[in-house]
Design a binder for this molecule. Structure first.
Ligand SMILES: [Mn+2]
Length: 354
């Protein structure tokens, strides 16, 4: 178990650390040893009929879906529920989710926290962001590792869960509330994203929630959200990639030049990976003062992570899995000006090591 929090100050001693560990363990025990009905009862006990409730999130699909579920749980039990988030939602697929599923959420900066009689945080903990730290939360529901240095009347943290959405499905089911199509779609999509389609850490509970939602969620909407990843302006990078790409010995190389967002390099690499007879894809671009290189391979008798580390590990950060890896190297460490770097430079750099 990890205990996150602020860095240790000078007055920090072993006693305090032990105390934190005890608190964290107790939090875990309290969260895990309860039935869904009992959790629901204790959670609802926190609220009164005339409460104005603020649900604070760091807006990503899981947090947005979990917050919507909290809204549904409290709909007829409190006066009002508002969702507030401090971060800017930039990812196109997240914007599509908010838009298509009509999720109403407001920037935390535009809200007066003092106007709300109860505050909840979901899919995060009070120590996760500076903007959360001054808020006294009444309830915390999350699946990240347990942190300490804060208190709340109701705490439910289950770090083994793949998504907070899965936890909220259990609350809804315990309350006999069948989610609407929009809510089910949000929760379904959240579990997909947070577990990376069940390729990442998840529990049987995630699978059970996922299967339950499958029958209610709208798969066309899920698909539409998933496919909303690219801006029209970014298509231009694909044009560069297709024109400049060099293919030799089952390997595709391309350097697309300066990019505003390195995500486009990942999209191009994932696109080229689909081409038959291409075993390796290496796509690079300059982002800020760094060369970003994306590696893709079939992972069979090959290891993209090792390759990335071997080539770029000494000059910058590099690593990843068998099939997918990434390197980021300050241009100055390569002894090159960004303008000089071309697909040919990239290819030379890689072939030297293969
Ligand atoms: Mn999450």
């Amino acid at each position: 178990m990890t205990i996150q929090g602020r860095a240790a100050g000078p007055c920090e001693d072993i006693g305090l650390k032990q105390l934190r560990c005890v608190i964290a363990k107790q939090r875990l025990r309290e969260s895990l040893n309860k039935s869904a009905k009992e959790r629901l009862r204790l959670f609802l006990e926190v609220f009164d009929k005339d409460d104005d409730v603020l649900v604070v999130i760091n807006a990503d699909p899981d947090a947005l879906a979990a917050a919507q579920a909290v809204k549904r749980l409290l709909r007829y039990r409190v006066k009002n529920v508002v969702i507030g988030y401090p971060n800017e939602v930039r990812r196109l697929s997240n914007l599509a989710m908010v838009d298509l599923l009509k999720i109403q959420a407001e920037r935390l900066q535009n809200l007066k926290v003092g106007d709300f009689s109860k505050k909840i945080i979901v899919d995060s903990q009070p120590t996760h962001l500076p903007s959360f730290e001054n808020i006294q939360f009444d309830a915390v529901i999350d699946h990240h590792p347990v942190t300490t240095e804060w208190t709340a009347r109701y705490i439910d943290i289950r770090p083994d869960y793949g998504a907070t959405a899965s936890m909220l499905v259990e609350y809804l089911r315990a309350a006999d509330l069948k989610p609407s199509v929009a809510l089910a779609t949000a929760l379904f999509y959240a579990i997909k994203v947070d577990t990376n389609n069940f390729e990442k850490r998840a529990t049987l509970s995630d699978v059970i929630s996922f299967r339950y939602l499958f029958k209610i969620a709208n798969q066309n909407l899920v698909r539409k959200i998933e496919l909303s990843e690219m801006r029209l302006s970014e298509l231009n990078y694909f044009r560069i990639a297709l024109t400049d790409m060099k293919v030799s010995k089952n390997r595709a190389y391309v350097h697309v030049g300066r990019v505003r967002n390195p995500d486009i390099l990942v999209m191009i690499a994932d696109f080229l990976k689909q081409v038959d007879k291409i075993a390796w894809v290496i796509v690079s671009g300059i982002h800020g003062e760094r060369l970003v290189v994306i590696f893709r391979c079939d992972g069979y008798k090959k290891n993209a992570g090792k390759m990335a580390a071997k080539i770029f590990g000494n000059d910058g950060s590099a690593g990843g899995h068998r099939q997918a890896a990434r390197a980021e190297v300050p241009c100055k460490n390569l002894g090159l000006e960004s303008q000089e770097f071309t697909t040919r430079t990239l290819k030379k750099m890689i072939t030297k090591h293969m």
